[in-house]
Ligand binder design. Structure first.
Ligand SMILES: NC(=O)c1ccc[n+]([C@@H]2O[C@H](COP(=O)([O-])OP(=O)(O)OC[C@H]3O[C@@H](n4cnc5c(N)ncnc54)[C@H](O)[C@@H]3O)[C@@H](O)[C@H]2O)c1
Length: 431
């Protein structure tokens, strides 16, 4: 595969805390005033061949990824604030850093959003497009084409960084692209704004990932379209604070065959995301995403004595003084030999957007890679980055972070014609 040439446009529906922390971060890294900590594409190495070969290049030297200097940013929001103003209000990054990046950040202004309050009830903004849904999709496609031309981009990628929409179940209008397009024309209430962005991107052959838990591209109609237009898609819901730790700890408990009776997780956060999630209907979407993890990792149907009766509870508490600095508090009731009980307590004082920004960067670069490698449809190898990985119909998702990382790295080896690593290692002893 060739080194990509030309500009890569990064389109972000939702220029809030995560998106601006990502953009400002990339600008800071390019200037040499920050390091891309937490990014696999920028920092991690990959072992190639046998351990005795001592080949462990950085991933970015092994596969042809776009260079950070070629990224250009754009997006949509329901508020008119440019990226400097939005980052300042989000309060994640230090004001001195933002001042240094101000000339570039204030040039990134949102385009008018496709938005409807019935899908995000705790938000209200007036920088929005008008018209019925079919027309809105056409307007988004117009925005995308104009952005590409104006910024002289060779390629584009879109990552949903917008607010979490209310909980929706799959409906028959989502079953095929024909039904979906008919429903767009009929302005159906079963099509949410995030689905319209996803439709516009996939129709244009632009890789699309969903950082929030709402369905968006995770419906048969858009999967079908992604295969037709050979567009890579991935989702859902960035795996950052509490769920990241859950998918690190739960595989460890299971590996040691330690039992679990209960896992209580509570989050205290005060950013706009927290305010949106204060609405029970948006919380329900998030709750589903956060709850599914343990069942898949612990497989209670295979280990009923250890994991058959887990009480798993997840709460999100909106508390404005916390801002973006979330407190994720967990209590685990575990048991060991002869059933003796033990407890694990975790208090993760994390920063949501600081954890999410490198995920956005990696998804941008890997989805662009997937597109150039002609991999259309669902990219399960990117499930490492998501709380509710999108998978093929009927296939359960892998949530274990270490299985996900092995899968990601083996996919990179496979793309580059390198031997896959199984960790069998008999060859070191058989000679
Ligand atoms: N930060 C994390 O660690 C994390 C982890 C997992 C998922 N997420 C999800 O990522 C998303 C972004 O998080 P955030 O902290 O940046 O939230 P945020 O509230 O700061 O930003 C979201 C932005 O999206 C805008 N928006 C809402 N609907 C829109 C629409 N239809 N079109 C265009 N813009 C729209 C809002 O005005 C807001 O500016 C949320 O859905 C959140 O649940 C975040």
């Amino acid at each position: 595969m060739k080194i990509p040439e030309g500009k890569l446009g990064v389109l972000l529906p939702g220029l809030g805390a995560v998106a601006t922390t990502f953009i400002a971060g990339v600008l800071a890294i390019k200037k040499g005033i920050g390091k891309p900590i937490g990014s696999i594409t920028q920092m991690q190495t990959i072992r190639l061949g046998k351990r005795t070969e001592k080949r462990t290049p950085p991933i970015k030297d092994f596969i042809p990824l776009a260079d950070l200097k070629d990224l250009v940013f754009g997006g949509w929001d329901i508020f008119k604030d440019d990226c400097y103003e939005s980052a300042r209000k989000a309060g994640v990054l230090d004001i001195n850093l933002l001042e240094e990046l101000k000339p570039e950040l204030e040039k990134i202004k949102p385009m008018r959003a496709v938005f409807d309050r019935s899908y995000v009830r705790n938000l209200d903004g007036d920088f929005i497009k008008s018209g019925h849904k079919w027309k809105l999709a056409a307007k988004l496609i117009g925005d995308i084409r104009r952005f590409k031309k104006k910024n002289k981009c060779e390629r584009l990628v879109m990552i949903w960084c917008g607010s979490t929409e209310v909980y929706m179940k799959q409906h028959k209008v989502h079953n095929s692209i024909k039904n979906f397009e008919d429903a767009l024309k009929k302005d159906s209430k079963f099509i949410s704004p995030s689905m319209i962005y996803a439709y516009a991107a996939i129709k244009e052959g632009i890789p699309y990932a969903n950082g929030a838990p709402n369905l968006s591209a995770d419906i048969p109609a858009l999967v079908e379209l992604s295969k037709i237009t050979k567009t890579p898609i991935a989702g859902k819901d960035f795996k950052t604070g509490q769920t990241l730790l859950k998918t690190i700890i739960a595989p460890g408990l299971k590996a040691r065959m330690l039992g679990l009776r209960g896992w209580f997780s509570t989050n205290i956060l005060g950013n706009r995301d927290g305010e949106v999630l204060d609405d029970p209907m948006s919380f329900k979407t998030k709750e589903k995403s956060k709850l599914s993890v343990l069942d898949y990792i612990l497989q209670p149907h295979l280990y009923p004595e250890l994991y058959g009766k887990i009480y798993h509870k997840v709460r999100i508490n909106y508390y404005p003084p916390s801002g973006d600095n979330k407190e994720a508090w967990d209590n685990l009731d575990v048991f060991g030999w002869l059933g003796y009980p033990m407890q694990i307590k975790i208090d993760f004082l994390c920063r949501d957007s600081i954890l999410a920004a490198p995920i956005v960067l990696d998804l941008v670069l890997f989805l662009d890679l997937a597109k150039r490698a002609k991999l259309g449809g669902i990219q399960e190898w990117l499930s490492f980055y998501f709380k509710s990985p999108q998978t093929a119909k009927g296939l359960y998702p892998e949530h274990d972070l270490f299985i996900q990382l092995t899968k990601l790295k083996n996919t990179l080896r496979w793309m580059m014609g390198e031997e896959l690593i199984t960790h069998l290692g008999r060859e070191y002893y058989d000679t």
